[in-house]
Design a protein around this ligand. Structure first.
Ligand SMILES: *Cc1c(COP(=O)(O)O)cnc(C)c1O
Ligand code: SF4
Length: 366
């Protein structure tokens, strides 16, 4: 299968260590020195690392660090995870633009819809994305979930019979050990009204070695389990990432992808098309592409919504329908699809639509 990048294991690191999720987590890059083992940091990156040390720490798995272009600060992977001084220049952004805290009936459970919740089971990820919507919690000890607090959230779900769909997110639920994850999903499965369990995880992208056969065996016992992952750029598609997704899909888990539209990273039709076609080739279904939120420190990543709409309109008709994610704007009321207005409404007895190639069609619709 086609991949677009290969990891570069540093000299002196044994393959057995490199491919171990535990080793990767223990040896994450957390400072300028560690970063210099993989890339030549620019002056801007070095200044940002120092200035942002206390606000939004940076953490990168060695695996992901090894995929970055060592010489190009504009590398689309590097920009996602290495601090930039531009993060200090955004005055408009908010800490919690979706008002998630106000939508939490109990700690770390976010309820915007009647029938489903986002359950932030932890505050840890394999690496920290600079544009993360949950910056306020990722890596912040106050947002960690003690076992007692997990129990309180489970009790809330158990006594809220409308909840049929539980999305485990965070942070990242796959940072949990197999045993802890198995315990949590077992508890959810004991609640009769919970029909499906979903996991939102970036680990197939940032630490694919976490997706072991053992993990997939544990997950498949709890079907129906769905997974959504988060690839943003074709160069994140490597052999280990393909293997991780293949393992999940082969365990009968439908895998989707949620990306974020990021300026200078994936905001051109060619990159977006290549990314989503490559995902489809590995049986990962593009689900959503998010408009970047008005989040503090992320102005340099935001694309104008009109430009986003045009980008996705350009894909329509030019690739498989299921290779096009839905472009959505998340709001405190929930996610809102935003798209080119192909429905033009009624004209007499006709309903008028515009096709992908600009053709206008009048469908008789008395
Ligand atoms: C995204 C999200 C969901 C799931 O939404 P779907 O459109 O069903 O994927 C549920 N709850 C919250 C709070 C969310 O942000
Ligand atoms: S993996 Fe997801 S939750 Fe974690 S830092 Fe990145 S965007 Fe945020």
């Amino acid at each position: 299968m086609k991949f677009f990048n290969s990891e570069r294991r540093p000299d002196g690191v044994a393959e057995a260590d490199w491919t171990s999720a535990t080793w990767q987590m223990q040896n994450r890059v957390r400072d300028a020195e560690g970063l210099a083992r993989f890339i030549s940091p620019s002056a801007d990156e070095l200044a940002a690392i120092e200035k942002l040390a206390t606000t939004f720490r940076f953490v990168i798995t060695p695996y992901y660090a090894s995929l970055m272009d060592p010489d190009d600060p504009a590398c689309p992977l590097r920009r996602q995870v290495v601090p930039a001084c531009a993060e200090l220049e955004d005055s408009a952004g908010l800490e919690d633009p979706l008002d998630e805290v106000a939508h939490s009936p109990v700690k770390n459970v976010i309820r915007v819809y009647p029938d489903r919740i986002a359950f932030c089971v932890n505050n840890e990820c394999a690496l920290y994305c600079r544009f993360c919507l949950r910056k306020r919690m990722v890596g912040e000890p106050d947002w960690a979930m003690q076992k007692r607090e997990l129990g309180e959230a489970l009790d809330w779900i158990a006594r809220t019979p409308e909840i049929r769909d539980v999305l485990l997110t965070g942070g990242d639920p796959l940072v949990y050990s197999d045993d802890r994850l198995d315990w949590l999903i077992t508890r959810l499965r004991e609640i009769p009204h919970v029909e499906i369990v979903r996991l939102g995880t970036r680990l197939p992208v940032t630490l694919p070695y976490r997706v072991t056969d053992e993990l997939c065996e544990r997950l498949r016992k709890h079907h129906p389990v769905w997974v959504n992952t988060h690839f943003n750029h074709p160069r994140e598609i490597t052999e280990p990432a393909i293997e991780a997704c293949t393992r999940l899909v082969d365990a009968g888990i439908p895998v989707g992808n949620q990306s974020v539209l990021l300026k200078g990273i994936n905001d051109d039709p060619e990159t977006m098309k290549q990314l989503n076609e490559a995902l489809v080739a590995m049986r990962v279904r593009p689900y959503y592409c998010y408009q970047a939120q008005l989040l503090a420190g992320t102005a340099h990543f935001r694309v104008r919504i009109e430009d986003g709409i045009e980008l996705f309109q350009q894909l329509r008709g030019r690739t498989s329908g299921f290779a096009i994610p839905q472009y959505v704007l998340d709001t405190p009321h929930g996610k809102v699809p935003i798209s080119y207005p192909t429905s033009r409404g009624r004209a007499g007895d006709d309903y008028v639509v515009e096709a992908w190639n600009g053709g206008i069609w009048r469908e008789p619709n008395p």
